[in-house]
Ligand binder design. Structure first.
Ligand SMILES: O=C([O-])CC(=O)C(=O)O
Ligand SMILES: [Mg+2]
Length: 219
């Protein structure tokens, strides 16, 4: 049996735990209250898409949004992880997009229904190469950016997060056991906007990583 390699964590079939409304400026642009506890939702591993393959617009949405986010890759699992030990559970990072069918999400919100079809569809989690932990010594202070067709749409620092990475790891692991290969999406800064078929998305974490994806229609 070949050993699994954490640098290909997206192939492992592990869960993707997403944090919503973790940046006040984004919560405000969508007219959501600033949360007093993390807002959590999940994506299945089938949501992953890698560079070279397109982001597919689900046929049921007319308002697909990009959300650029720092992803935290879990290297050591655990339950009820104390904040002080949380960073020992991190193997590294990845740049991610939390693709969101905003019209469907709005409808789910107003009807009190779960966000699954707004957030968890195929290709809803574009992911960069794995970034070993050492390459981002201060994850609480890196710049994330996203361009659509060369136009800057999102630019924000992880220093703006409401809940820190150690807090999130500790909070999540109280309720959902974290496993090696899990990914935590830590929320998006402001500037989310709609993408269309044939758009080119480019995103990056300052001088650490960049990635690009093309948007296509689902046949
Ligand atoms: O859909 C939303 O706005 C919540 C979310 O994922 C985020 O804040 O990153
Ligand atoms: Mg998000």
């Amino acid at each position: 049996m070949t050993a699994r390699n954490i640098s290909q964590f997206w192939k492992w079939g592990r869960k993707i735990i997403c944090v919503g409304r973790n940046y006040a400026d984004h919560a405000k642009e969508l007219k959501n209250a600033i949360p007093t506890e993390p807002v959590l939702f999940l994506k299945p591993p089938s949501a992953y898409v890698r560079e070279g393959s397109p982001i597919l617009v689900p046929p049921y949405t007319g308002n697909l949004h990009h959300e650029v986010e720092l992803g935290v890759v879990i290297g050591k699992g655990g339950t009820a992880i104390p904040q002080a030990a949380a960073m020992e559970h991190v193997a590294g990072y990845a740049l991610c997009l939390d693709m969101t069918a905003r019209d469907i999400q709005d409808e789910c919100k107003s009807r009190g229904l779960p966000w699954t079809l707004a957030k968890a569809f195929n290709t809803s989690c574009p992911v960069s190469d794995f970034i070993p932990k050492e390459r981002i010594p201060d994850p609480a202070n890196v710049q994330l950016w996203l361009k659509v067709n060369e136009q800057l749409r999102q630019s924000g620092s992880t220093s703006q997060m409401i809940f820190s990475i150690p807090y999130l790891i500790s909070y999540i692991s109280d309720f959902i056991t974290l496993e090696e290969g899990d990914l935590i999406l830590t929320g998006t800064p402001k500037g989310v906007s709609a993408v269309q078929e044939h758009d080119e998305l480019q995103a990056g974490i300052q001088d650490v990583v960049t990635m690009s994806f093309r948007v296509d229609r689902q046949d």
